[in-house]
Design a protein around this ligand. Sequence first.
Ligand code: RAM
Length: 882
Amino acid sequence: MNKIFRHSFAVLNTAFLLLFTTQIFAQKISVRDLTVEHLVNPFSIDNPKPRFSWKINSDIKNTKQNNYEIRLGTSAKIDRVLWKATVNNDQSVLVAYNGPALSSKTRYYWQVRVKDNHGNTSAWSPVQYFQTGLKPEDWSAKWISVEGRDTAMASPLFRKEITLKKEIKSAVAYITAKGLYEAHINGTRVGNAYFAPGWTSYKDHIQYQVYDIKKSLKKGGNVIGVSLGDGWYKGRIGFANQKQFYGDTRALLLQLEVEYNDGSKETFITDNSWKTAYGPIRSSNIYDGETYDARLEIAGWNTYGFKENASWKPVQEIASGPEKLIGMSGPQVSKHEEFKALKIFKTPLGETVVDFGQNLVGWVMLKAKGAAGTKISISHAEVLTKEGNFYTTNLRSAKQQNNYILKGETEQVFEPHFSFQGFRYVKIEGYPGELKLENLTAVAVYSDMKTSGKFSTSNALLNQLQHNISWGQKGNFVDVPTDCPQRDERLGWTGDAQAFATTAAYNMDVSGFFTKWLKDVSADQLPSGSVPFVVPNVLNQSDAGSAGWADVATIIPWDMYIAYGDKGILETQYGSMKKWVDYITSVSKNNLWNTGSHFGDWLFYRPNDDNDGRAAVTDKYMIAQTFYAHSTQLLLNAAKVLGKADDVAKYTTLLEQIKAAYIKENMTPSGKLISNTQTAYVLALQFDMLPENLRAQAAQRLVDNVRDYGNHLTTGFLGTPYLCHVLSRFGHESVAYDLLMQESYPSWLYPVKMGATTIWERWDGIKQDGSFQTADMNSFNHYAYGAIGDWMYKNIAGINPVADQPGYKSVVIAPRPGGKLTAASAELETVYGTVKSSWTIAEGLFKLDVTIPPNASATVVLPKSDKKEQIGSGSYHFEYKY
Ligand code: RAM
């Protein structure tokens, strides 16, 4: 303990102050944010026992729910109650339905009210609803495609006129496609989702979307029009120029169920009465972009009464495959932030380039008017070369180019339909007339995840790092968690996803997003239990089983359980978690996982011309053994939560054996590891591989290593997420801060200093001399190293979950100031409500403001103090000499 510490400690004991800032008025409580299966008023619930959640508003401190009443019916007034329950407990998250069997394709209405521990009862919440999905036997629609072989690159349009005989009470459309679809009713786009039906393991399951389209329909004649794109299903996907991975035929499946005011019903479906023709989208591709020829627009094709000419052909019905049709369990992809063009300039090579100031994922909306046949090309890039030219070599074979061919006449606004781009800069070619800033707007497109976290400090570089982390997340959470969003890859790399998942859950509500993706993890898990490198798996079947990648099967379900208190996700994924651990056991000898090929600590520090062993190479099988232990530990945790006593016993023994084998193979008697790297010590300590008495010395070896590199990290994808956590846990907080605040390469802030607006794939994507890392693998939007965000929320701001009270039912607020920071502040919207932790250090005083939501509680661990405060809900202020 140093002097300063002792001094403030003494002061603190005498001058400790705890102030209550919330007024204690007996105000009523209310409920808010009602969700079903994590979603607000969802439309396609498949779970026969859907789960309801709500949050409580209250100004009264120490508020807990004592009781809830829930009721559910089939009318908006809930006048005929189908199920009700009055329960005396504090469960407000994921309360499972427990009434009579729910019917398919039915809307149910529900509401809740609660009583608190102070004797207050809330009013009934506003009525919310959810809709159940279709059962397989409810589908009467037929898959339809173009006649003959589907060889055209152009997007086919499908249309059908229908007549509604009476006034309509309700109208629901169920739509999906092989490929991507965009649907219109009477000329109006259906919904605001992009890339529907989303990317899933299509050979196993395809999602359908459900739309309430009553408002777009009218009594009499109506028309449905749909266009299809190749998307992930048929288009180029994977880095080997692979096409048609899931199938060679784009197809549409649509069922429209109408109920008239008199109670009678009518169903309209896709079948061979529909017509098809090719429209203005001449080609579209996830990697390469889209070509749109406005001269080929068919005016009125999606309005009623349109006269189909000879180019409209009959469709063909095609047999459905073995894939299941499932409702959406995650959020849709939509448009979000818009960015104005900041600057239009000519590069030294004479290119016309536009800067949007932010590396983002989505596309540019372009306004243009010119002579028919004028072709405008928009190419996309993340960075400029050091000479200031447009740089696309790191996109590898992805063209990322949208082409628009004008039809003359009026001004038009163009945007792609079935492609997205990763970019900060665009290059414009062929623009007629003067290109003005107002002709271009960039729009970010990503999965609809509510922002759940805010984080800021007194350090501008750290704030930019936080900004970059969250933009790395937005850009790579486009329906599946991808490694990168720009080059010919954009795949669901499992290692990247597991490294970043907890950080992701701080920044945004990813409960639905990962619930959906974990279904693909299970679906694409091999019969052996091995887990592919990428999910959905579009690589070879044998591309599976890498340590730290395949462990996604255990890691993300556990992370989601902790973040959202979702025991159901453990129940659903338990089989997959277990299969993965059993797979490792099956390929291990003497409890050692020393077979198979592994990525290891991917992209670790490797200086050029390394003659002194400075390259931070960590033995791959040693890494594998630590993840074997980690996955077994998580499986064991899940088994405990789910009450599986036999498995608890079995995997407890296994875990001991794994650790013993690790020590025998990898550690000298004095505690030195066979690889003397940061990652080696980090993983050994993070996953408790070492005997207790050898942990402190191992942590010291880690510290020595960091110091030896001049306070630089040398870790790759696997070591980086845990590096600062391990240092903090073993009392080396200041070393963790030295790493975090390091501004020279390799470090988190080096890219920030180089002007990054997202997280880079490489610590030195742009080198000090302005040159680039190898173009083959140099993404400027790769979230993996953004995993430091988890440490920033937990240690700087101090917001920590508690494993046996998941979902932040209980929170540990333990800020640990350092790195010359004078202030830090974070907010997290949890499933109970908003948790806040905000501190300042000024004039020798440490001040902390904490907010804990109703029905949750916290332990506040004050820095430089042995004080721990137990608090209930409410807002609290602490201050003391520091
Ligand atoms: C790269 C990906 C990804 C990484 C794998 C091993 O191609 O971009 O980030 O997980 O390799």
